[in-house]
Design a protein around this ligand. Structure first.
Ligand SMILES: Cc1cc2nc3c(=O)[nH]c(=O)nc-3n(C[C@H](O)[C@H](O)[C@H](O)COP(=O)(O)O)c2cc1C
Length: 134
């Protein structure tokens, strides 16, 4: 696992909607917008599954996830890759449900998708685009 830098964590905190990409076991890609996506420590992202359909099936078949971090206030762009675990009971799951329901009561909060970050790549245009940062 890798740990995001302070600068990366600040950029992450500025993004409101994250593009979250998954792939099926056969490698068919799928990308969705996700609002409930947060860092819980330097190397772990929590995503709340409220409405995932293809994404959840993909994660059951293939734990690989990719997200890019970009927005008008991020001051750059980087791409995160990681491995997801689907969690639907226990303390972490209940904490995720509290977070979701404190923001929007009534949302289903079906699963916690816990992503352990494995790689970070430069995603801003220029000569370093695509290079591995972490
Ligand atoms: C702005 C926006 C934010 C969204 N945030 C979430 C979210 O936090 N959690 C979630 O499960 N679905 C969220 N959705 C719904 C998913 O993007 C998507 O519709 C759902 O996962 C079904 O697509 P799939 O079949 O590709 O998984 C959001 C949709 C939009 C437009």
């Amino acid at each position: 696992m890798v740990q995001l830098s302070e600068e990366m964590k600040t950029a992450f905190s500025k993004v409101k909607i994250f593009p979250v990409a998954t792939a099926s076991g056969a490698g068919i890609p799928n990308v969705i917008p996700i609002g409930f996506c947060q860092l819980v420590d330097d190397e772990t992202i929590w995503i709340a599954d409220n409405f995932m359909a293809k994404s959840l099936t993909n994660l059951e078949e293939n734990p690989n996830v990719a997200v890019y971090v970009w927005g008008p206030e991020t001051g750059g762009c980087f791409q995160i890759k990681g491995e997801a675990t689907i969690i639907n009971s226990g303390d972490k799951f209940e904490k995720m449900r509290e977070i979701v329901h404190s923001a929007k009561p009534g949302l289903p909060a079906k699963n916690l998708i816990e992503v352990k970050i494995t790689d970070v790549f430069q995603c801003a245009p220029g000569p370093e685009a695509g290079s591995k940062l972490l």
